[in-house]
Ligand binder design. Structure first.
Ligand code: ADP
Ligand code: MG
Length: 480
């Protein structure tokens, strides 16, 4: 009897349907189209690499059952993935992959790290430390600490899939984009932490693209560029944060292009973030942009009310504090912009409660939020943007340092001054507590902030250049 692929797939669907809720079934299996049946291999077409990943990740057992039933134990399944939808002139592009590919690939990669591998890692880590002196992973950025909501579900699940199987999934490169303070850095660092913890032999590098550009320039100056490039070629997981800063940096882009191709060809994972969708990244070469589309692009959006509630809840829980739902409700209604701001308010609220020895209730929450918003309103009637973020940005631009450096640990004289001045201005312009300000400068404690404010106040009295700098910065902040 000749079997028809459509009939076989229809029967498979009937089996699958028994195991899944209707909407799940519709979402993941509705768009699947049977393509062919040859040599007992059934080929089905799925709309994107993401579908393939998802189905393989979540429904492979059910699929196996269905195939067993229809084609017997020898029956096989292949996917035809639509990787490019095509247009009027060109047909869609597809690629074919067998099912269970992931498991096979992983098994071959997951052999115990032998001594050679460990030695290799030690050697490479030495180079890593030389090139990445002040770049650190933030161990608090984990998947466990990341609250999932509709706004970030796709980004999170793709990130998690990549973290479990770097370089093996179809999400390569993985590109996450979205506005400030919405959790991009948190997510990509969570991937880094997951891989570092679970596959210690893998070389994971996290770098902002600003830093990447600076590194390029520095090593170019000191004739070490080749060494730097060689180092990048040995990486297993490369994470570049905020790629929008590569725009217009042609030579750095060229180096990145080279690194990208090499890593991608060798099955290494590349992860990027950007503050806007790839098609809006101006000043980036087309050949680079077209590569960004090879894998998966996922956005993170503003959190909705429920997600904000969940985030507030989680942050308080981490601090060991439990407060009434009406306070959480009030906060989630009042701050709907970004999550970094939400965190700032929570820290202020806790500090205030400590300082004034008051219970955290709606009254205190109102005062805290009102204070923060009001102070800003007083100074800048038509722009409520002067917050810690914009002060930091302004100071960085003024002194020509990066925000990473401003919040980082390095203590060169110029950096220390910029940092102290930024803290001083935060105290002047916002109603954030000392603790909250410290928190926004790489988690420094409040005594560091007091010291900074004292230093700048003193210097303003005696040092002309500091006085001029403060005046110039205030002028910018007042009118920008
Ligand atoms: P971005 O890189 O998009 O500007 P970040 O990753 O720096 O944003 O996030 C800003 C802050 O908000 C971080 O402290 C991060 O931990 C927190 N945050 C963002 N999204 C979430 C989330 N979904 N759950 C918990 N915390 C989050
Ligand atoms: Mg970020």
């Amino acid at each position: 009897m000749i079997k028809d692929h459509r009939v076989i797939w229809e029967n498979c669907l009937r089996v699958i349907q028994q195991y899944l809720p209707e909407h799940t079934f519709k979402t993941w299996f509705g768009p699947v189209v049977p393509v062919s049946l040859h040599n007992n291999i059934l080929t089905i077409q799925v709309p994107s690499p993401f579908y393939y990943e998802w189905i393989e990740e979540n429904y492979v057992d059910i699929l196996r059952k269905a195939i067993d039933q229809e084609l017997g134990a020898e029956g096989k399944l292949e996917y035809s993935l639509v990787v490019d939808k095509g247009n009027a002139e060109s047909l869609p592009k597809t690629m074919t992959v067998p099912n269970n590919k992931i498991e096979l690939d992983i098994k071959s990669k997951e052999e115990k790290p032998n001594l050679d591998l460990q030695k290799r890692k030690q050697q490479i880590m030495k180079e890593h430390d030389a090139f990445f002196r002040d770049i650190q992973f933030n161990e608090n950025y984990t998947f466990d600490n990341f609250v999932e909501g509709d706004c970030n579900r796709l980004a999170r699940s793709a990130g998690f899939a990549v973290a479990k199987k770097p370089g093996v999934t179809a999400f390569n490169p993985l590109m996450l984009y979205g506005g400030v303070g919405l959790g991009k850095t948190h997510l990509v660092q969570a991937i880094a932490n997951h891989v570092r913890f679970n596959s210690p032999e893998k070389i994971v590098v996290y770098i902002s693209s600003e830093k990447f550009v600076n590194q390029f320039i520095e090593e170019l100056k000191s004739n070490n560029l080749q060494k730097l490039t060689n180092f990048y070629l040995k990486i297993d997981v490369l994470i570049i944060d905020d790629v929008q800063f590569l725009s217009g940096k042609e030579r750095t882009q060229e180096m990145f292009f080279h690194i990208f191709n090499h890593l991608h060809q060798h099955g290494k994972q590349i992860i990027m973030t950007s503050d806007r969708p790839p098609k809006e990244l101006q000043g980036l070469e087309d050949r680079l942009l077209s590569r960004f589309k090879w894998g998966l692009t996922a956005d993170v959006q503003q959190p909705d009310f429920e997600t904000r509630v969940a985030i507030i809840h989680r942050k308080l829980q981490n601090e060991g504090i439990s407060i009434n739902y009406d306070v959480i409700d009030y906060l989630a209604h009042s701050i709907d912009s970004n999550i970094r701001e939400l965190e700032g308010v929570i820290v202020s609220l806790m500090a205030r409660s400590n300082l004034e020895r008051r219970e955290i209730d709606v009254q205190l929450a109102k005062e805290t939020v009102r204070h923060i918003v009001q102070k800003v309103d007083d100074r800048r009637p038509d722009d409520v943007e002067v917050g810690i973020d914009s002060i930091q940005r302004t100071v960085c631009q003024y002194f020509g340092v990066t925000e990473e450096e401003l919040k980082g640990k390095a203590r060169t004289k110029a950096l220390a001054l910029a940092r102290q001045m930024a803290m001083y201005l935060c105290k002047e312009y916002t109603e954030f507590s000392l603790k909250a300000i410290g928190f926004h400068f790489g988690g420094r404690d409040h005594s560091t902030v007091i010291h900074a404010i004292q230093t700048i106040s003193d210097l303003r009295e005696v040092d002309n250049s500091v006085r001029n700098d403060v005046a110039a910065l205030m002028k910018i902040l007042n009118k920008s």
